[in-house]
Ligand binder design. Structure first.
Ligand code: DX5
Ligand code: ZN
Length: 226
């Protein structure tokens, strides 16, 4: 049985209090709450996507302020140049977009060489078949279930076919990676994603928009495991 992983997205958190927002979902071992597995950090450059968020200096500060592994989702152009420094800084995952480079394998190798886990992200309209060979060089596949750029959008269920296809290859031993989904994940949508074979669920507004973000993480995990 797969253990569902939850990665709250700080895109929906208060950017003036990022360390506290990280701590809120990191769990409290004293009360047996293991908390979120990863903290999802959405880096946007206002070129690859029409929005601008934060970059390497903020990630470096966040790495000093929290022990929760950072899952950096780079929605940026030129990942060959800009992605490896996130790995060098100590990010746990560095995920970049397939649409942003002609040589994803080279970028993945640089990320891994710098000590991080390499992730490939695909937008909702990007097919997965052309990347199945490439995925041998990755540790995670991030299936976007909204158009990248903004939190709080509606889940696009069609993308689950991609999760199912890759799940089959993983279960058959042909690929070795985690399947992650990002966009519109909440109490209403997480079960269908779990059924499609997703391992890790990113949730922004469903966690940080909740009254009790720590409880939201626990509830999402329970629903994904159901
Ligand atoms: C969107 C980001 C997502 C976003 C998800 O471009 O990649 O990580 O924070 O937000 P929700 O969970 O609100 O759809
Ligand atoms: Zn994201």
């Amino acid at each position: 049985v797969r253990q569902p992983m939850i990665a709250p997205s700080i895109l929906s958190a208060d950017f003036a209090r990022l360390a506290e927002e990280a701590a809120i979902v990191a769990g409290d071992p004293a009360v047996g709450d293991s908390g979120a597995e990863w903290l999802h950090v959405d880096v946007m450059d206002a070129h690859f996507v029409p929005n601008l968020t934060l970059g390497l200096p903020v990630v470096q500060s966040l790495l000093q302020a929290t022990d929760i592994p950072l899952d950096c989702h780079l929605m940026i152009e030129d990942p060959a140049r800009w992605a490896p420094p996130y790995a060098e800084a100590g990010a746990h995952n560095v995920t970049f977009h397939a649409e942003a480079t002609d040589d994803p394998v080279a970028v993945a190798r640089d990320i891994r060489a710098a000590g991080a886990v390499a992730g490939l992200a695909v937008k909702p309209g990007t097919p997965i078949d052309p990347y199945l060979e490439v995925l041998r060089d990755f540790d995670t596949l991030l299936v976007m279930s909204v158009e990248p750029g903004f939190g709080g959008q509606s889940f696009i269920p069609d993308v689950l076919d991609k999760a199912r296809a890759v799940r089959r290859l993983v279960d058959a031993g042909e690929l070795r990676l985690l399947v992650e989904i990002d966009g519109g994940i909440n109490a209403d949508t997480i079960e269908q994603a779990a059924e499609a074979g997703v391992d890790c669920f990113v949730a922004g507004s469903a966690v940080y928009g909740a009254h009790d973000p720590a409880a939201a993480v626990r509830n999402l995990r329970e629903q994904a495991a159901a």
